[in-house]
Write a protein that binds this ligand. Structure first.
Ligand SMILES: [Ca+2]
Ligand SMILES: [Ca+2]
Length: 142
């Protein structure tokens, strides 16, 4: 059985974002991203404080992949869902103190860290839980 939690209205488009947290079979970043894609979804973008609040409620495991990485260009953080990049201010607001630190020169994938309730850049080979998102059109009430 697959649970998708409906939470968000996306703008005024009538779309609802549905999230699912996978945390039992943990995966590296690329495999997590692929699994989301196989479910017609994508690793979750967390671009609003509203969605960050949802993650705080939904996620219980220590580290959880979200759909954000600097795999292409070091220090340039790109949302996999739409290719948007983080501004320096957004980086400062989204990561916890001292992060992103590109630890050992190999941290290019971003995880939500439950202990800090903010982001950390981590090694993409780490096996973490992950959150997928997909959007559906809400039925229009009459
Ligand atoms: Ca990096
Ligand atoms: Ca880090």
């Amino acid at each position: 059985m697959i649970f998708w939690i409906k939470i968000f209205e996306v703008g005024t488009s009538g779309q609802i974002a549905c999230l699912r947290h996978f945390h039992i079979n943990r995966k590296n970043y690329v495999d997590a991203r692929s699994h989301c894609n196989s479910l017609n979804s994508y690793l979750v973008p967390v671009k609003t404080t509203e969605k960050l609040e949802v993650l705080k409620t939904l996620v219980t495991s220590p580290d959880t992949w979200i759909g954000l990485d600097d795999l292409v260009t070091e220090g340039r953080y790109v949302w996999v869902a739409d290719g948007d990049t983080l501004t320096p201010q957004q980086i400062a607001d989204s990561f916890y103190a001292g992060e992103p630190n590109n630890g050992a020169g190999i941290e290019h994938c971003v995880a939500y860290r439950t202990a800090f309730q903010l982001f950390n850049d981590a090694g993409c080979d780490n096996d973490y839980g992950y959150v997928c998102e997909k959007t559906v059109y809400a039925p229009q009430g009459g």
